[in-house]
Design a protein around this ligand. Structure first.
Ligand code: SF4
Length: 116
């Protein structure tokens, strides 16, 4: 997985990488906790992301999920990391702020579909 991450980070091309870990995602059915609603207030974001982090904490896919989100510069909360935490780790999202929720939903749907 690490080789894949290092290679993909150098040449980001959109959603790519292993997705079999999604089949056991503990967040299935809880997307409202993992993607920000329109005009979310900072306090609400803190509460939402804390709830998401609890779910990630019991998920067996956390490392693979985090790597996938970093490589693909995903929006939302993935692998126990928020967007800002991913950015601090050197993997900021590449999507403009306008339309981010729609892009995040489309990416998540496409990734789940390719895993299933
Ligand atoms: S680590 Fe979190 S975001 Fe990733 S699949 Fe598991 S519960 Fe979902």
């Amino acid at each position: 997985m690490r080789d894949f991450v290092e290679t993909a980070v150098e040449t980001p091309v959109g959603p790519s990488g292993p997705t079999e870990w999604m089949e056991t995602a503990a967040c299935s059915g809880h997307s409202e906790l993992f993607f920000a609603p329109f005009a979310e207030r900072p306090e609400a974001r803190v509460r939402r992301e804390a709830a998401a982090k609890l779910i990630c904490g019991v998920c067996g896919s956390m490392a693979s999920c985090r790597d996938y989100a970093r490589v693909n510069r995903e929006l939302g909360f993935w692998g126990g990391e928020s967007e800002s935490e991913r950015a601090e780790a050197g993997f900021p999202p590449t999507t403009p702020i306008i339309g981010r929720k729609r892009v995040a939903e489309m990416r998540a749907r496409a990734a789940m579909a390719s895993a299933g």
